[in-house]
Ligand binder design. Structure first.
Ligand SMILES: Nc1ncnc2c1ncn2[C@@H]1O[C@H](COP(=O)(O)OP(=O)(O)OP(=O)(O)O)[C@@H](O)[C@H]1O
Length: 330
């Protein structure tokens, strides 16, 4: 395992008083897709801006592909690609012309550039639209073009800032396929920031959750979910008395009120616990109108570590089982 990015106590203080990134220590492995997750203002963009040498750290250091971000910033810039949140391609040029322009900016020799561009266009299925003007592209095509524009100079590391912001759900998941293909076929390390939890979950080999400029936890999605130790059962009853009675169920890790007549229970393992829960409901003649069982999602992990909720547009992350109480009573 080779570490391609390493930060040591990386710190950014704005205007001499506001610490946006606070002694941040991260290690990113070569070839991985690494997701940086955090609530608004957590310090993600500031961290990325320091790593791509856009802004200088106040203290601490970082090595990117063997180069110090302060002492060797020009060398860092040659080995990284950056795909910012905002669109950068020129609408009045074709996709191909845009990529040629980028290759000139990076001094890529002409023949190498042509070969590389053709390969990249093919990789994201844009080869047939390469000569069209960008203003004729759909939102998804434009994002794909932006993605490969960051790869024309063959960087070792690609920084992707919110790669699917503003795309619909279907186009977004198609984009994930292209990001995965790029990581596999071009052997590039990808650093991803996104506020779509399901995106970070689907793409990243490892995730760091950051808040107040510090790493709170790092691991694979499964490792992070496993840290929560428990599954969640949400129930709504006909009366508040029944909901209160349910909170007395003996095998709980924790319980929480969820509004009128509703509770959220955490149990060690819902698969093992459900028969007991159902017996308890039946023995105590509780009247349940709705029950949902869910394995911990990245949402729950995020909530646990940051105390805040972050929500993508769709919560497709968790296994969910609905129990109809009429069936339970049979
Ligand atoms: N140039 C600046 N001058 C002063 N404060 C700044 C500057 N840039 C960012 N900040 C502050 O630093 C903190 C971290 O900002 P940053 O943009 O890095 O967070 P973020 O995690 O990327 O948030 P978001 O998801 O909202 O983009 C915020 O409180 C922000 O207001």
């Amino acid at each position: 395992m080779t570490i391609i990015i390493k930060t040591e106590n990386l710190t950014k203080v704005y205007n001499g008083k506001f610490t946006a990134v606070n002694k941040l220590n991260i290690e990113i492995e070569e070839g991985e897709i690494y997701g940086l997750l955090g609530p608004n203002g957590a310090g993600k963009t500031t961290t990325i801006n320091m790593l791509v040498t856009r802004i200088a750290p106040t203290s601490g250091s970082a090595i990117v592909a063997g180069f110090d971000i302060v002492k060797n910033s020009l060398k860092v810039r040659k080995v990284i690609g950056v795909v910012p949140q905002d669109l950068t391609t020129d609408e009045d040029l074709s996709g191909y012309e845009n990529l040629i322009m980028v290759s000139k900016f990076y001094d890529v020799p002409k023949q190498d550039a042509i070969e590389r561009i053709n390969k990249l266009l093919k990789l994201v299925d844009l080869q047939d639209s390469a000569s069209k003007l960008v203003k004729q592209y759909s939102g998804g095509m434009r994002k794909r073009l932006e993605l490969i524009a960051g790869l024309v100079h063959d960087p070792k590391i690609l920084f992707l800032d919110e790669p699917t912001l503003g795309l619909d759900v279907t186009t977004r998941s198609l984009m994930w396929k292209y990001v995965r293909d790029i990581q596999e076929k071009l052997d590039v390390t990808i650093i991803l920031t996104s506020h779509y939890l399901e995106e970070v979950d689907a793409l990243s080999n490892r995730i760091s959750i950051i808040d107040h400029g510090k790493v709170l936890v790092t691991g694979t999605s499964e490792e992070l979910k496993a840290k929560l130790k428990g599954d969640i059962i949400q129930m709504t009853f006909k009366t508040q008395e029944d909901a209160e009675m349910m909170k007395k169920y003996p095998n709980l890790v924790s319980s929480k009120d969820l509004g009128p007549n509703s509770v959220r229970l955490t149990v060690q393992d819902s698969d093992l616990e459900m028969p007991e829960v159902i017996s308890y409901i039946s023995n105590n003649k509780l009247s349940v109108t709705k029950m949902t069982v869910q394995k911990p999602s990245l949402d729950d992990v995020f909530l646990e570590y940051t105390g805040k909720e972050i929500r993508g547009e769709e919560a497709g992350d968790f296994k969910q089982t609905m129990f109809n109480m009429r069936r339970l009573r049979k």
